[in-house]
Design a protein around this ligand. Structure first.
Ligand code: DAT
Length: 202
């Protein structure tokens, strides 16, 4: 019998994780924490788009620049193939499905989110649209229709305790990924590289 090709030939050195949700739900806080705990790379898409000139003209209605998605995706392809990235963005449907091992959608209660967005300086249509986005769970629906349902997880992000709980659970998920794929975690690999170079120097 002929050898069969593996169903998923993609071999990453570490998982790629998507953290998404309406602005203000706590993506940056969570990504920062997970990145510090695991050594995985936090990709803040809004910042990267700005730094690498992936923004087109300013949208006056939505009070934000329009993203050049193709340019951004081309620029990210290589590092996403290597793996070990935590992608942080308020939308997820335009990324290639094959990039991600798991997708977490953060959710925040309306009154809390309203206060966070007002504190951030959001007003008028921008505030209203973002509140509607959370109320109608737009990002969750988008994630469910863009990725396999079994890899999409909804997480509550209302309190500091929930932030800790989510960070710890995602770190556990990452460790299990390494165990399943029988590769070292990024931190372990870093420690060993350091030790090896010291040994070679001696
Ligand atoms: P995002 O990156 O989704 O826009 P953020 O991480 O900047 O959100 O957080 C927005 C604000 O809410 C910020 O002042 C920190 C606070 N915050 C985030 N997650 C929280 C949580 N789980 N509990 C309490 N406050 C939180």
């Amino acid at each position: 019998m002929e050898d069969q090709l593996p169903v998923n030939p993609v071999r990453r050195k570490a998982p790629n994780i998507m953290i998404t949700g309406t602005p203000g739900v706590g993506k940056s806080r969570l990504c920062n924490q997970i990145s510090e705990m695991t050594g995985l790379q936090w990709l803040e898409i809004s910042k990267i788009a700005k730094e690498y000139s992936c923004l087109e003209e300013f949208d006056e209605v939505y009070q934000c620049p329009v993203l050049d998605e193709d340019k951004l995706l081309d620029g990210l392809e290589e590092i996403m193939c290597v793996g070990g990235n935590i992608v942080d963005y308020h939308s997820c449907e335009f990324f290639p499905e094959r990039w991600f091992d798991v997708v977490f959608v953060l959710r925040t209660d309306n009154t809390l989110l309203y206060d966070r967005l007002v504190t951030r300086g959001y007003t008028g249509k921008k505030l209203e649209d973002n509140m509607d986005c959370e109320i109608f769970q737009t990002v969750l629906e988008e994630a469910k229709s863009s990725y396999k349902e079994e890899i999409v997880h909804e997480l509550h992000s209302n309190t500091a305790e929930q932030l800790e709980f989510n960070a710890n659970n995602i770190c556990l998920w990452i460790q299990e990924w390494f165990d399943r794929h029988q590769v070292q975690s990024v931190n372990q690999a870093e420690v060993e590289t350091h030790v090896t170079s010291e040994v070679q120097m001696a």
